[in-house]
Design a protein around this ligand. Structure first.
Ligand code: TYM
Length: 393
């Protein structure tokens, strides 16, 4: 059986060739989506401009693709401002480790460039696309905001907004301006909608597009229209921002820049992302030490050999080993990571031993995260949702 790869905001599935599941082919996605690879020269330029080593997600090619990132960097080098925009579709009470990837990175960008971040909670989107009540999605959004703030965002430079609770005239006006330039057939073909889908789904792209324009946030940017936006997200969200960029110039706005990450994979393997809709694929922000250990030991796909003798002789394959892949995302030291890789390839390190290291690293991350989260309250969230002026210059 053969099947083509599917990557869109709802589905992430690697190809199937002769019945074998394939890993997501990121090189192919660069070509298919027409985005640019992040090359070493660009990383060197970021390090030079910020006087700081780039984040491990950049060093390791986890953020691997972009649209017009150079333009943002040129602005920064000239001392001109920009802002960051990212978001969450609140469909569950707690977030999983995959969701943290863009937020961890966005927090690092905020700290490094000292810029405002706007975070959209698309409670409306989840109401349109899932069988959930709107009130439930709003509540999930407020609850998820605790997870988001625990990533370490600077409350003075962070605006969180719910589409249902925070809609105001500037936001809605931009939604109207955008909507006028997106035909129904463009929305249908970009997202694969059918005639039986609701008009809300076809229109939603305008709501996710609007925060890409600074005029949506007068309490932050006043009457300025010339402040560029950079959007960190996983590559599944790119279809939204392709359309946004197509519309931008037509409504007198600057095209947003985008930086895309690969997916934090499901425990079962590299052919799909960690997903909230498949419980056993995911490690959640609320999981205990014992649950993390149990999930990795039971489900994490291993690149090791079947028998001890064979493993010692031929070694393991870190490229398909989920425990190793998780370490690529969460182990900070490049030297330690390389040592583990070499020892696994040589057969010195066994699959069970690799899992043990992975459990330790993920547990440490989670315990630190959970401690930070326990210190954040609904009051902190509501403060970040207020439209008081922001001191960002
Ligand atoms: P949502 O809630 O599906 O996902 C939130 C963010 O997490 C990314 N993501 C992942 N990244 C790495 N590995 C994974 N396994 C993984 N799963 C999800 C998503 O790409 C996203 O960046 N419609 C959006 C919400 C949204 C948004 C935005 C996202 C509104 N405006 C602007 C990014 C930028 C959504 O439902 O995301």
């Amino acid at each position: 059986m053969n099947k083509e790869e599917v990557v869109d905001p709802w589905t992430v599935e690697g190809a199937v060739v002769d019945g074998q599941n394939q890993a997501i082919d990121y090189q192919r996605l660069l070509d298919k989506f027409g985005t640019q690879p992040i090359k070493q020269e660009l990383l060197d330029r970021i390090e030079k401009a910020t006087n700081k080593k780039v984040h491990r997600f950049l060093r390791r090619g986890i953020f691997f693709s972009h649209r017009d990132l150079e333009l943002i960097l040129t602005k920064y080098e000239k001392g001109e401002p920009f802002y960051l925009y990212t978001g969450r579709g609140p469909s569950s009470k707690s977030m999983h480790m995959g969701h943290f990837v863009p937020f961890i990175f966005c927090q690092w960008m905020q700290e490094t460039f000292k810029v405002p971040v706007v975070i959209q909670l698309t409670d409306d989107e989840k109401f349109f696309f899932k069988s959930l009540e709107l009130e439930q999605c709003i509540e999930y959004g407020l609850e998820n905001s605790l997870d988001i703030l625990a990533c370490g965002f600077d409350p003075k430079l962070t605006y969180i907004f719910s589409n249902s609770l925070s809609m105001n005239s500037a936001f809605y006006s931009n939604i109207c301006r955008i909507g006028k330039h997106i035909t129904l057939s463009t929305s249908k073909s970009s997202f694969g909608f059918q005639d039986s889908d609701s008009v809300s789904k076809a229109h939603f792209v305008c709501v996710q597009a609007a925060p890409s324009f600074c005029s949506t946030f007068p309490h932050i940017f006043g009457s300025r229209k010339d402040i560029s936006c950079l959007i960190p997200c996983a590559i599944d969200q790119d279809p939204y921002f392709r359309l946004t960029r197509d519309v931008a110039l037509k409504i007198g706005c600057i095209k947003p820049s985008v930086i895309h990450s690969q997916f934090f994979p499901a425990l079962q393997g590299l052919n799909t992302k960690m997903s909230a809709s498949i419980q056993t694929s995911a490690i959640y922000s609320t999981d205990t030490k014992a649950q993390i250990k149990q999930k990795i030991n039971k489900y994490a796909f291993s690149g090791g050999k079947d028998t001890l003798e064979e493993h010692r002789l031929k070694g393991g394959n870190p490229d398909i080993d989920i425990s190793f892949q998780y370490l690529c995302f969460f182990l900070e030291s490049d030297e330690e990571l390389e040592k583990i890789r070499q020892e696994y390839i040589s057969g010195k390190l066994l699959s069970g031993e690799l899992k043990k290291i992975c459990i330790q690293v993920i547990t440490e991350f989670m315990q630190d995260f959970q401690e930070k989260r326990s210190k954040i309250s609904r009051k902190d969230v509501l403060e970040c949702m207020s439209t008081k002026p922001m001191e960002w210059k």
